[in-house]
Design a protein. Structure first.
Ligand SMILES: Cc1cc2nc3c(=O)[nH]c(=O)nc-3n(C[C@H](O)[C@H](O)[C@H](O)COP(=O)(O)O)c2cc1C
Length: 594
């Protein structure tokens, strides 16, 4: 900020911010600045990652630097303008981040290492100048003018970067296969399908820093010898699509895209293909079919896309986060990247931390960090000071891990050994009020619904598995069901055609492994310890605590509570729908779940 620079106010306008009311906050700043006649610049940025603090608004002044306010509402705006912008005194009780301030939110960022998210929440995603001001497109310039395609591939290989879309395949090797494959035309595809429930890393990067992804795609195109790229993105991500379109236009007008890029012989164009939002379309061969205008069905590999992909041509397909790493690696060197992480899992990984966690949001950490550090040190522990029960890694393709695994390092190999997978980085935390059988049922009902139906093990196997899980949660399960469920899960895993079916049993197998006693309780005792499976839950009024106040009667929607005022009430089980409203509203804690 220059000597006479006006203060700047930046509001976080990612999808999470907008959902929390960021547009209203922005409008309030606009109104307030006008009303008080204050000279200040107003801007926008993407998600910084502190989704639990949205709406976030930063005030940048010469004297105070950058100060971030959290949970901002339009009502808070006049005080921020008057106190901070006019009188240069930050509103200390609303600060979440700022130089010289230590707040609980500081922990959320200090343990992170931001490569992929380096610009998210820091730049205006719709202004290419702000990306360029943070060294954007310098890596592209460098490779086009100083490094041969083969050496670019060598750098990526040396960095140790592995694909962030789930399987962790070495990126440099994939680029090399595509470069060496025979073909007059080659393609790059950016996989932005992101269909896992609980995952929002790719969307946030595209909304917050689209140019970093475009730059990665362009460098990949140069390295493998492609002239055309596609970004396959689900249509449910309208803001990401909008920002990508703006970024493409800007990149074109600045000479980073099109013909003779930056005055070199390199030509490259990128098209956006919006998908209808089917989970299986994230699978690379199904995705390719979808771009070609066919139904998004996977096919057997080999041949792999690197040799025969889009329209039968060699195609390099990588995930959004994979591409967002590339420019940083080129600019900072393979050595700096490979110094981060573990022996076999280099660099950082972005996780979408959600569920029963105090600080939910986007977290980028070095590989090798433990689950405990992410969940407790960064995430602040369990919401409402509850007790940790489980963490689901990698969404419906992943697995559910118990408390005794909290100290394992997060890297591809260790996670795979637990039965879960790194996946794309969804991390859903569960507390003791979560029933793991119900959780497994949730993820399996998702994959069962999303199965394309092409192969029998996936189409019917997941259906039969789901039926068993439904029986268990209804208290109708038998001992034999546990045996059947495990065997069926193993069969579906080995016999399915694509990754969807091959990974769909993971939530079931891991919960059976780490929470066996809960499955057994559902069968043998007809009990759900978490009190989630309503058919297995009974609400009981404790005689010694009930004061006969009648509040429970007022809240019961089905008149299941019987008795008279000032006497002890009872619950008629035949009428009770197990909604729990009576327990929630009882002022004497006289109602419990049995
Ligand atoms: C059912 C299914 C869904 C997938 N969804 C995605 C996705 O949404 N995004 C993604 O990048 N990869 C997804 N993948 C993995 C891709 O098939 C592919 O491995 C990946 O895009 C390769 O990129 P990478 O090497 O950068 O990881 C999915 C795989 C399966 C089996």
């Amino acid at each position: 900020m220059g000597e006479n620079a006006a203060p700047k106010i930046v509001v976080g306008l990612g999808s999470c911010g907008i959902a929390a009311g960021a547009r209203e906050v922005l409008a309030a700043f606009e109104r307030e600045l006008k009303r008080q006649g204050v000279r200040a610049k107003l801007g926008r940025t993407g998600c910084l990652g502190l989704c639990y603090r949205e709406v976030l608004a930063d005030v940048i002044t010469k004297s105070q630097g950058r100060i971030s306010y959290g949970n901002v509402t339009p009502e808070m705006v006049p005080r921020i303008v008057e106190q901070h912008i006019i009188n240069d005194k930050p509103v200390e009780e609303w600060i979440v981040l700022g130089d010289g301030y230590t707040t609980p939110d500081t922990d959320f960022l200090t343990r992170q290492y931001r490569i992929v998210l380096r610009n998210c929440g820091r730049i205006d995603p719709e202004a290419i100048e702000e990306y360029i001001a943070r060294d954007g497109y310098q890596a592209l310039q460098k490779v086009l003018t100083e490094i041969s395609p083969e050496n670019v591939i060598l750098i990526i290989k040396e960095s140790g970067l592995r694909g962030r879309g789930g399987a962790g395949f070495p990126t440099g090797l994939k680029w090399e296969f595509t470069r060496k494959a025979k073909g007059d035309k080659k393609y790059i595809i950016c996989n932005a399908d992101e269909g896992d429930p609980g995952a929002f890393m790719d969307r946030s990067v595209l909304e917050g820093d689209p140019h970093s992804v475009l730059e990665g795609i362009l460098i990949a195109g140069y390295a493998v010898g492609a002239q055309e790229g596609f970004i396959y993105i689900r249509a449910e991500y309208p803001l990401a699509v909008k920002r990508l379109k703006i970024a493409l236009e800007q990149a074109k007008s600045h000479g980073f895209l099109g013909n003779n890029i930056l005055g070199t012989p390199f030509n490259f164009n990128i098209k956006i293909k919006e998908g209808a939002g089917a989970f299986v379309c994230g699978e690379e061969t199904a995705l390719i079919a979808s771009i070609e205008g066919r139904r998004g069905m996977p096919r057997l590999r080999p041949p792999f896309p690197a040799t025969s992909g889009l329209w039968g041509k060699p195609t390099c397909i990588n995930n959004v986060e994979t591409f967002a790493n590339i420019a940083w690696i080129i600019s900072n060197g393979a050595g700096k990247y490979s110094a981060i992480g573990t022996e076999k899992s280099k660099g950082t990984k972005v996780f979408a931390l959600t569920g029963k966690i105090k600080r939910s949001g986007l977290v980028e950490v070095p590989m090798g960090i433990t689950l405990r550090e992410i969940i407790f040190d960064i995430g602040g522990g369990i919401k409402d000071d509850g007790k940790f029960k489980a963490v689901q890694l990698g969404g419906p393709s992943g697995g559910c891990l118990s408390a005794d695994l909290l100290d394992i390092p997060i890297d591809y190999e260790t996670i795979t050994r637990t039965g879960a997978i790194m996946g794309s980085g969804g991390m859903v935390v569960a507390d003791e009020r979560t029933c793991v059988v119900d959780l497994a049922k949730f993820f399996l009902s998702f994959t069962q619904n999303e199965s394309c139906g092409e192969c029998v093990p996936c189409r019917l196997g997941t259906k039969r598995m789901l039926e068993i899980l439904i029986r268990l949660t209804q208290g109708k399960g038998e001992e034999e069901d546990l045996y059947l469920l495990r065997n069926l899960a193993r069969d579906v895993k080995v016999a399915s055609l694509c990754g969807l079916g091959q990974t769909a049993p993971n939530p079931v197998l891991t919960t059976l492994e780490y929470f066996k006693e809960e499955y057994e309780a559902h069968v043998r005792e007809r009990r759900c310890y978490a009190g989630v499976c309503t058919d297995l839950t009974v609400f009981v009024i404790k005689d010694n605590l009930c004061k006969g106040c009648g509040i429970c009667v007022k809240h019961c929607p089905v008149e299941a509570i019987v008795g008279k005022r000032k006497e002890i009430y009872h619950i008629d089980e035949s009428k009770c729908i197990k909604c729990g409203l009576c327990m929630e509203h009882c002022p004497f804690d006289a109602i419990y779940r049995a």
